[in-house]
Design a protein around this ligand. Structure first.
Ligand code: 13P
Length: 251
């Protein structure tokens, strides 16, 4: 099955609004010639979403958020809802990132609630799964990603699974410069694809110290459909170079 390629930048807690503007001034001209079949997403902090939405309106770059609440409105101090994101032009939302699981009480249950709301509200969830170093050393990698994947999509109709993306992010590879070997990442990602029926056409992205130098070795693997990029998405030239190197030679 021909699965679309997504390159998504997760800025985490980086960049003020002014820094966001400077990024897009440099980035947008660089990525304008990239073939349209590559889906490019940038996920800034909430405080930059409105400005980013203005920059990206009418361009081929899509706007992402880094999390959201599962309720549509209500007494949830500090939270942001799917309709609020939609109103700013957001099309994608990262859910279940390991940093939110580790530091912000995100659980398999809340990820599942958020996935269902995102789909109902017309947002594309990018669901992050991945194992810790201890789990990898204990041989529990597959079990971990399978249970995270099954929990995230529990109760989601099979027909909706083509509207989601998954990011396999081994936690030990995030921000460490120690990326997972492409063949091993591909093996785990094939396992994820077979976790439940209906993921055959779902983009599965690799995340964890992806750079312009190593992206090509990932995207040529059979079950890797792009990347969720942290540190290397912060520099406009560097992120544009990374995306260019992910374009298949034939296109
Ligand atoms: P790095 O690319 O900085 O390793 O971060 C990966 C990540 O967590 C993206 O969500």
């Amino acid at each position: 099955m021909n699965v679309r390629t997504i390159l998504a930048g997760n800025w985490k807690m980086h960049k003020t609004a002014a820094e966001t503007a400077a990024f897009f001034d440099a980035f947008l001209p660089r990525v304008a010639p990239i073939p349209a079949e590559i889906e490019i997403v940038v996920a800034p902090a909430f405080t930059s979403l409105q400005l980013a939405g203005e920059f990206l309106s009418g361009t081929r770059v899509r706007l992402g958020a880094q999390t959201m609440h599962w309720e549509l409105q209500g007494a949830f101090t500090g939270e942001v809802s799917a309709p609020m994101l939609r109103a700013l032009g957001v099309s994608h939302v990262i859910l279940g990132h390991s940093e939110r699981r580790a530091y912000c009480d995100e659980t398999d249950r809340t990820v599942n609630l958020k996935v269902r709301t995102a789909l109902a509200q017309g947002l594309t969830p990018i669901v992050a799964v991945g194992e810790t170093l201890d789990e990898r050393r204990a041989g529990a990698t597959d079990e971990r990603v399978l249970s995270q994947t099954r929990a995230a999509f529990e109760g989601v109709p099979e027909a909706d699974l083509s509207k989601v993306a998954i990011a396999y992010e081994p936690i030990w590879a995030i921000g460490t410069g120690q990326s997972c070997e492409p063949d091993e990442a591909n093996r785990v990602m094939a396992t994820i694809r077979h976790a439940i029926d209906g993921l055959g056409g779902t983009p599965i992205l690799y995340g964890g110290s992806m750079t312009a130098s190593n992206v090509a070795s990932y995207v040529r693997c059979s079950d890797i459909n792009g990347g969720l990029v942290g540190g290397a998405s912060l520099d406009p030239e560097g992120f544009a170079a990374l995306i260019e190197r992910a374009v298949p030679v034939s296109s």
